[in-house]
Design a binder for this molecule. Structure first.
Ligand SMILES: [Zn+2]
Length: 414
């Protein structure tokens, strides 16, 4: 047991913070529209700064506008232990995605502040700029620069629909710090987040101990057959690209079934040409999204998928080409950080399971340079990126208590 095992977060204050921040960009349907670096985002950033300053923190920015609230430790020469996530949302976003990770971090700071406890390491709560990618694509842009996935020049040059760049908006907000992004030292990073999926709720478990993030590969498939008259071409003489694509789609599904339950495959977009109701389609394009927590298994799935596409094309007398369009390798979080989360959950007596994140998070990129783990709590019906996104006060408090205790364990480990 840790020496501060009976410290707990103030769940009411946490819930109050969730309600308060939901007003910045709050929508009529009870969701939040707070795109990165808009006036609404500037409001919540100002709130973050005031709230953390009142808890005895110093708030600084790096060159990507990432906000760091630092609570000093007794050994301030050590790199800090970080907690956090993002305060920006989707256009029709909810009150919890990202926000919970930042406010859970604040709840930890408040618990220590109220109890008069000083940790060995300094503790920091970070708000990563533009996680959602809803205004400036791609997602996880500033944590991506932090983790070395993107250059700062690339990130700064990303423009929104009106042609305004992220760099311009950082400057307008006064969010450009002198510290180059990625040079901020950190001993460990913990991100609390809603699951954004249905598993914890379905199994009635409070905490997901996140061991990593699944790998993801995207492809574009082009099937070429031959256009023909729908009334005059006998069935055996057709090269129907859409019929072949339909059979291929069954095969894409079979790839995931062969690697159940972790393997996932999705076709999200399909187009047929010439798109006329009385012409046999000559060309079909569809997208494929393959996912698996294990990189070697994902590789096997890819080989299986490519083989099935070729076999199906041969059987249906059409041509097929498959082009990879995106590849996000599987992430495995750091064992000591995962253990800190798991042991804390056990000691607090919450029900739990190990879980692999199906979605991307700031922690993906941060984990490239800092020992990292994540904590999931259930969200209603697994719904996220939606104004109906919801989580219970009990669960968000439980998640924040796990965060608090994981940080205290890490304070001794690192
Ligand atoms: Zn998020």
């Amino acid at each position: 047991m840790s020496q501060h095992a009976n410290l707990t977060v103030n769940g009411q204050a946490l819930w109050h913070d969730l309600v308060t921040t939901a007003a910045f960009g709050g929508t009529e349907k009870g969701g939040v529209c707070r795109l990165a670096l808009t006036d609404e985002d500037r409001q919540v950033r100002a709130w973050f700064e005031q709230t953390c300053t009142a808890l005895g923190c110093t708030v600084t920015y790096d060159s990507m506008g990432n906000q760091f609230a630092r609570r000093p430790g007794t050994h301030d020469d050590l790199p800090p232990i970080m907690m956090g996530s993002h305060l920006d949302t989707q256009v029709t976003g909810g009150r919890f995605d990202g926000i919970l990770g930042v406010l859970g971090g604040i709840a930890v700071l408040r618990a220590l502040h109220d109890a008069g406890v000083t940790t060995k390491h300094a503790l920091e709560v970070v708000n990563w700029t533009n996680e959602e990618g809803a205004r400036f694509t791609p997602p996880m842009l500033a944590s991506g620069v932090f983790g070395g996935a993107f250059t700062e020049e690339f990130a700064g040059s990303r423009a929104d629909g009106a042609g305004i760049t992220l760099r311009q908006e950082l400057e307008r907000g006064g969010f450009v710090g002198t510290e180059p992004c990625g040079q901020h030292p950190a001993a460990a990073y913990f991100e609390l987040h809603i699951e954004q999926g249905p598993v914890l709720e379905a199994e009635d478990r409070t905490i997901g101990v996140v061991t990593g993030v699944q790998g993801m590969r995207w492809y574009e498939v082009v099937v070429r057959g031959r256009s023909a008259h729908a009334g005059t071409t006998p069935m055996p003489m057709r090269k129907d690209a859409l019929l072949a694509a339909a059979r291929m789609i069954e095969q894409v599904n079979a790839v995931a079934q062969a690697h159940a339950p972790e393997g996932l495959s999705t076709i999200g977009i399909i187009t047929a040409l010439p798109a006329s109701s009385n012409v046999v389609p000559r060309e079909v394009r569809f997208t494929v999204d393959l996912r698996n927590p294990s990189e070697p298994v994902l590789q096997t799935m890819e080989e299986d998928f490519l083989q099935r596409m070729q076999a199906c094309a041969l059987e249906n007398d059409v041509q097929v080409t498959v082009t990879p369009t995106w590849n996000s390798p599987a992430v495995h979080f750091e064992p000591r950080c995962i253990a800190s989360v798991k042991e804390s959950t056990e000691e607090l007596g919450y029900s739990m399971r190990d879980i692999v994140s199906g979605a991307g998070h700031d922690a993906v990129y941060v984990s490239r340079v800092v020992p990292t783990a994540m904590i999931f709590v259930p969200c209603l019906h697994g719904i996220s990126h939606n104004e109906a996104e919801s989580a219970t006060p009990e669960d968000v408090t439980a998640g924040s208590n796990v965060l608090l205790n994981a940080v205290l364990k890490a304070d001794h480990l690192f």
